[in-house]
Design a protein around this ligand. Structure first.
Ligand code: ATP
Ligand code: MG
Length: 262
């Protein structure tokens, strides 16, 4: 990452890309993961690369859902391991969730590499590796349906940062509360999840850590109320209206950058 100029206007974004490229070179980020990140970046531009109000709302509700869950699980894929390894572990500890490796492009090698990254970052237990992934999600085919019998299979609440639409739908059909983090408010995942967080995973997880610290001491009734009062359809509408209003504002203010001779 040393080539990234310190004053580059998009330095942060370039450094995030570097982390994915490093993960790719180490063999645990899938090639398709790099493409998926680019799609995410596009939507991040549209929301202004910040945690917009409906995202913060969903993040808070998601933390409440994780805190009241009996068997909360955080699903980790290659991109998540590359971008927020320490943070997912910290969040898991705060809400008492299990960590499970769950890959769209599953290979034994990537699975084990991701588990190793998590352990190096302080995770004690990592589910879903090798023979541990011996339960199956109904209606999904091939390797994608294998999950841990102690993890996602029995989970009541699953946090899936960067999930695929198909799998989100299958988890919903199993009756689970699915929390998705996805920058695209129009993806199948976003539309199928119970709680959709339209935010970059690099902002969403740290925000959720803060909320978890604040909300851990809240009475259970209060947490249940927070989850009950949430309406995902309404929240996704707010996201889309936010983008619409932001684009309208940009149009009225002017798009082009001005240069004066110095
Ligand atoms: P779906 O299967 O849900 O319909 P898709 O097929 O359009 O979605 P996938 O390639 O399956 O897209 O998943 C990639 C998703 O992950 C994209 O919607 C993208 O917006 C999102 N994404 C990528 N990087 C990030 C990130 N850093 N933070 C949040 N979301 C991200
Ligand atoms: Mg998909």
């Amino acid at each position: 990452a040393s080539w990234v100029p310190p004053n580059h206007p998009r330095r942060e974004s370039l450094l995030i890309r570097e982390r994915l490229v490093d993960g790719f070179k180490e063999g645990y980020v899938a090639t398709q993961g790099l493409i998926a990140h680019g799609r995410g970046e596009c939507f991040d531009y549209l929301i202004g690369e910040s945690s917009i109000p409906p995202a913060l709302t969903a993040e808070r509700v998601a933390v409440a859902a994780l805190l009241i869950a009996k068997h909360p699980v955080i699903s980790v894929n290659g991109n998540t391991a590359a971008l927020v390894p320490r943070q997912v572990i910290e969040l898991a500890k705060l809400v008492n969730a299990k960590l499970e490796v769950n890959l769209f492009y599953r290979t034994r090698e990537r699975e084990e590499l991701i588990a190793r990254v998590l352990r190096e970052n302080g995770a004690e237990e990592v589910l879903g590796v090798g023979d541990d992934a011996s339960c199956t999600i109904p209606e999904l085919f091939s390797e994608r349906r294998r999950v841990s019998c102690r993890g996602i299979y029995i989970a009541d609440v699953v946090l899936v940062p960067l999930e695929d639409g198909d799998r989100t739908e299958a988890l919903r059909r199993m009756g689970k509360i699915v929390i998705a983090i996805d920058l695209n408010p129009l993806s199948r995942t976003s539309r199928a999840a119970s709680i959709t967080i339209v935010d970059n995973v690099v902002r969403a997880i740290p925000n959720m850590i803060k909320f978890a610290e604040e909300m851990r001491g809240m009475p259970r009734d209060e947490l249940i109320r927070i989850v009950r009062n949430f309406n995902n359809e309404e929240n996704l509408r707010s996201v889309i209206m936010f983008i619409r209003d932001r684009l309208s504002e940009l149009v009225s203010k002017g798009i082009t950058l001005e240069f004066s001779k110095s």
